[in-house]
Design a binder for this molecule. Structure first.
Ligand SMILES: NC(=O)c1ccc[n+]([C@@H]2O[C@H](COP(=O)([O-])OP(=O)(O)OC[C@H]3O[C@@H](n4cnc5c(N)ncnc54)[C@H](OP(=O)(O)O)[C@@H]3O)[C@@H](O)[C@H]2O)c1
Length: 174
């Protein structure tokens, strides 16, 4: 049976919430972890407390994502897994017509998941058993909530599970 010990994991959205908790839990399980986010202060706080390494980048910036993922893999000596956790919900319903909000949600919730997975693929494929874990949101499928772009969060995650992950095994939704 595989254990988490010594596995090298990149966690996006590692600077707060579920991502920060995941960073801490993985460190407690013996993983080497890189935590990705924009806020250098919050990343430093999480990393100093857990022993993870910071990977500061804006997930909407494709070249910056490539640089951050490559640097994290070099620092960890490879990547066994990526946790695509970063996401945001701007509560902008289609009726509100705030297209900049929708663009930001699709960019971070969907495209960034593909960017990070793509950037990590050479390392995941070189790993013994590379894993991609995509954190989604069942709320995206509830039309009554009008979470138009969030629905794509879940849909995009599924597409990536099927098309990009080297060995997709399971999908988790909160
Ligand atoms: N909390 C819930 O009840 C809940 C329920 C269902 C699903 N989820 C899903 O779980 C995930 C985490 O949720 P959470 O509540 O823990 O969120 P959160 O506390 O708001 O944290 C979001 C994380 O995403 C990062 N992030 C956002 N935009 C980014 C960008 N452009 N570039 C880099 N990093 C970015 C943030 O880092 P910086 O601010 O440092 O950039 C932060 O670390 C999300 O995908 C969410 O959809 C959450």
């Amino acid at each position: 049976m595989r254990t988490l010990k010594d596995r090298k994991v990149l966690v996006t959205g590692g600077s707060s919430g579920i991502g920060a908790a995941t960073v801490r839990a993985l460190r407690e399980s013996g993983c080497e972890v890189a935590a990705l986010g924009r806020s250098r202060d919050r990343l430093a706080e999480v990393c100093n407390a857990s022993g993870a390494g910071p990977a500061a980048a804006d997930l909407a910036d494709e070249p910056a994502v490539q640089v951050a993922v490559t640097a994290a893999a070099e620092r960890l000596g490879g990547l066994d897994a990526v946790v695509n956790n970063a996401g945001l919900m701007l509560h902008s319903r289609p009726s509100a017509g705030v297209s900049s909000d929708w663009r930001q949600m699709v960019d971070v919730n969907v495209l960034a998941l593909l960017r990070v997975t793509h950037a990590a693929l050479p390392n995941l494929e070189a790993a013994d058993q590379g894993d991609v874990v995509n954190v989604g949101d069942r709320g995206g499928s509830d039309e009554r909530r009008g979470l138009h772009a969030l629905l794509r969060h879940q849909g995009g995650g599924r597409a990536a599970d099927g098309g990009l992950a080297p060995r997709p095994r399971r999908e988790g939704s909160a």
